[in-house]
Design a protein around this ligand. Structure first.
Ligand SMILES: Nc1nc2c(ncn2[C@@H]2O[C@H](COP(=O)(O)OP(=O)(O)OP(=O)(O)O)[C@@H](O)[C@H]2O)c(=O)[nH]1
Ligand SMILES: [Mg+2]
Length: 275
């Protein structure tokens, strides 16, 4: 007789990343609120050792393990703010059992990890890769959510650098990846029209020119690759528009196959009413 093994249920995580001030903490607070409205629970984890106040109630706060101020004031370490932050993140990676104990994650739990804004964490340091790999070894399905401020995407050369920073994070982490253009709610109407061009861009038609002309062919080749392989597409996020929040969530849920293993909820309505 074939015995059915108990099914292992996954947990879900979004690693919310992006440059300083791109809106990561605001996104976590907003998404937690949105999920509450649609009766889904999620926990937010603060992974920024320099965070001072919160827009959401953190379920886990890495500052209980290590704080940037303590590292900077340490007589032996003598770090500045950037080096200090990297030190804190490396310290966290050496103490991942602290994170595991504090997460206390159960089947189907959904977590948002609010990460710090140091871009080097995503592009070439091993820290975030290590975190993503560890979460996966703890049965999490993890999605990288990379935010870029729409204010900085409004012309072709800025757009290319936004695409390349998101792309280097994608290549570094090798997990499902969603890129988001934030703060559309504060763009003036004329810029909104301009920025929409970049949501589904035809890189060749954007007319990207490099400053010196010398690198023109390189720029064109990069655009061609991004275009041909559909490598990075930004989803617009306007926090004043529930539908845009919902579309972003759908993309991420699809990327991590959220809900695929959920049990069908049944409800007992009692006996049939008399005719
Ligand atoms: N209007 C508007 N403002 C936003 C939005 N997202 C963030 N902001 C503002 O942008 C600033 C930075 O937002 P944060 O959420 O702190 O950005 P962050 O990426 O967490 O910043 P760091 O953690 O310092 O890297 C704050 O003043 C926010 O109020 C948005 O969608 N719309
Ligand atoms: Mg933040």
């Amino acid at each position: 007789m074939i015995q059915e093994l108990p099914r292992k249920m996954p947990k879900y995580a979004q690693l919310v990343m992006g440059p300083a001030g791109s809106g990561k903490s605001t996104y976590c607070a907003m998404l937690q609120e949105h999920l509450k409205v649609i009766k889904r629970e999620c926990f937010v984890v603060n992974l920024d050792p320099a965070a001072e106040d919160f827009k959401y109630p953190p379920s886990v706060d890495c500052r209980e393990l290590i704080q940037l101020d303590d590292v900077m004031e340490d007589e032996e370490l003598r770090f500045g703010p950037n080096g200090g932050l990297i030190y804190c993140m490396e310290y966290l990676m050496k103490n991942l059992e602290w994170l595991q104990d504090n997460l206390d994650a159960h089947d189907d739990d959904y977590y948002l990890f609010d990460c710090p804004g140091q871009i080097e964490l995503y592009t070439h340091l091993p820290v975030m890769r290590q975190l993503a790999d560890t979460l996966q070894s703890w049965d999490f399905r993890v999605c990288a959510v990379f935010l870029v401020d729409s204010q900085f995407l409004g012309d072709p050369s800025k757009y290319i650098s936004g695409v390349l920073s998101s792309l280097s994070c994608m290549v570094n982490l090798e997990i499902p990846h969603v890129s988001i253009m934030t703060k559309l709610d504060i763009l003036p109407r004329s810029s909104k029209r301009e920025v929409r061009k970049y949501l589904d861009p035809d890189m060749q038609r954007l007319g990207v020119t490099s400053h010196g002309g010398k690198y023109q062919r390189l720029t064109e080749a990069i655009c061609q690759i991004i275009d041909d392989y559909g490598l990075v597409r930004f989803l617009p996020l306007d926090r004043s528009d529930e539908e845009s929040i919902s579309i972003v969530l759908q993309h991420i849920d699809t990327a991590i196959q959220y809900g695929e293993d959920l049990e069908v909820q049944t409800r007992d309505f009692g006996e049939d009413p008399p005719e």
